[in-house]
Design a protein around this ligand. Structure first.
Ligand SMILES: Cc1cc2nc3c(=O)[nH]c(=O)nc-3n(C[C@H](O)[C@H](O)[C@H](O)COP(=O)(O)OP(=O)(O)OC[C@H]3O[C@@H](n4cnc5c(N)ncnc54)[C@H](O)[C@@H]3O)c2cc1C
Length: 334
């Protein structure tokens, strides 16, 4: 047997992009150490638990535009990591609220979104949760990382930064060409209100694309497969409204989002049991075009990926991580 050298790879960010890198790297030649500042995996594919309630706080469902991601969704479905959410969406606009059926196949992690990322992260050699990386530096061709609590990690042969662009830029030298590409990309915010209530509101409505007022989306989380039957709702505010109210007092945000919900559903009585308000500063890419060149510096063995590199969705994040892993596999197997 030839003696195959294992390459140590550091992946900063355990969202779907970072996990896709992990999934697609050749395990015979790579060992991955994964870092995330949060307590768990998933990033914007996360779920939140408060009291007896649980909600999908970021991405609401997965869908495929590409054959590659469609195939991947089928495989995860067969493995039982995700399940179809057979929902008839509604739309709400100036003409009111009405059903808007479509043929989109929507999938969700079961019993919550984070279930998928947990499964994917099992392949990591090591996972350092609650570890915010604040510095990445290269010495003698090896990468070393430092966390905000002054721990040092390394050496790594390859560094993958799988973060939203502003957070990626913070780890790059300001004169590096990748810094400009990351720092020049905008992300849009989204205020998100999660609540559970005693009443069964608008029982026929499970998901609504909203095109007026503060909201852009609302969903009955409990209508998704594998969820507890408590009446739980997710309200996500539009980027424009969120930007305008970025630093508004939280009680004001909550009351305006609830008012929009009441007005759309006609709910007069609403007895809240659990609530959580979250401000996503970097919710979705702002729509500026994806970078034209591959986001890597082969000489430094430095790679950037994320939804902002290849499409503003979970699918884009997964594809971007997959392309990054292909570049690393190719470089290391040359
Ligand atoms: C409100 C909302 C609704 C959405 N709805 C949908 C939807 O319905 N369908 C869909 O397909 N997509 C949706 N999206 C988009 C989708 O969630 C993202 O495109 C995708 O999850 C991005 O994955 P990522 O790996 O690129 O980034 P992220 O998921 O953001 O992962 C980055 C990770 O890096 C970590 N991190 C950041 N800085 C550091 C650091 N310095 N050190 C260590 N770790 C760090 C973060 O904790 C995070 O886990 C939605 C997003 C939001 C916010």
């Amino acid at each position: 047997m030839p003696n195959i050298a294992i390459q140590e790879v550091a992946v900063i960010g355990a969202g779907l992009a970072g996990l896709s890198v992990l999934q697609h790297l050749d395990p015979a030649t790579h060992r991955v150490t994964l870092f995330d500042k949060s307590r768990g995996t998933g990033g914007r594919l996360s779920s939140k638990k408060v009291g007896n309630s649980s909600w999908d706080m970021g991405a609401q469902y997965l869908r495929a535009h590409s054959p590659e991601f469609a195939g991947q969704l089928s495989t995860w479905h067969e493995l039982g990591w995700i399940a179809p959410w057979p929902v008839t969406p509604y739309v709400a606009d100036a003409n009111g609220l009405r059903p808007s059926p479509d043929n989109t196949r929507r999938y969700v992690g079961t019993p919550r979104m984070t279930a998928l990322s947990r499964k994917l992260s099992e392949q990591a050699g090591e996972f350092h949760a609650t570890t915010r990386i604040t510095k990445a530096s290269q010495q003698d061709g090896h990468w070393f990382l430092r966390s905000d609590d002054d721990r040092e990690f390394g050496p790594f042969a390859t560094l993958v930064i799988a973060l939203p662009p502003q957070q990626a830029a913070e780890l790059l030298p300001i004169n590096h060409p990748l810094y400009q590409m990351a720092a020049g990309h905008g992300m849009l915010p989204s205020w998100t209100l999660l609540f559970s209530c005693e009443e069964i509101i608008a029982p026929e409505i499970h998901a609504v694309y909203v095109h007026n007022g503060p909201l852009r989306w609302m969903a009955r989380n409990s209508s998704k497969p594998g969820r507890a039957p408590e009446q739980s709702w997710v309200l996500q505010a539009s980027a424009v409204w969120s930007q305008q109210h970025l630093d508004a007092p939280r009680p004001e945000i909550q009351s305006q989002l609830l008012e929009a919900f009441r007005s759309l559903t006609g709910a007069d009585k609403l007895t809240l049991t659990d609530t959580w308000l979250h401000r996503w500063l970097y919710a979705l890419p702002d729509g500026s075009s994806a970078p034209a060149q591959p986001l890597h510096d082969p000489a430094m063995k430095l790679y950037l990926c994320g939804d902002w590199c290849q499409g503003s969705s979970a699918e884009g994040a997964w594809l971007s991580g997959r392309s990054t892993a292909a570049l690393i596999n190719q470089q290391d197997n040359e």
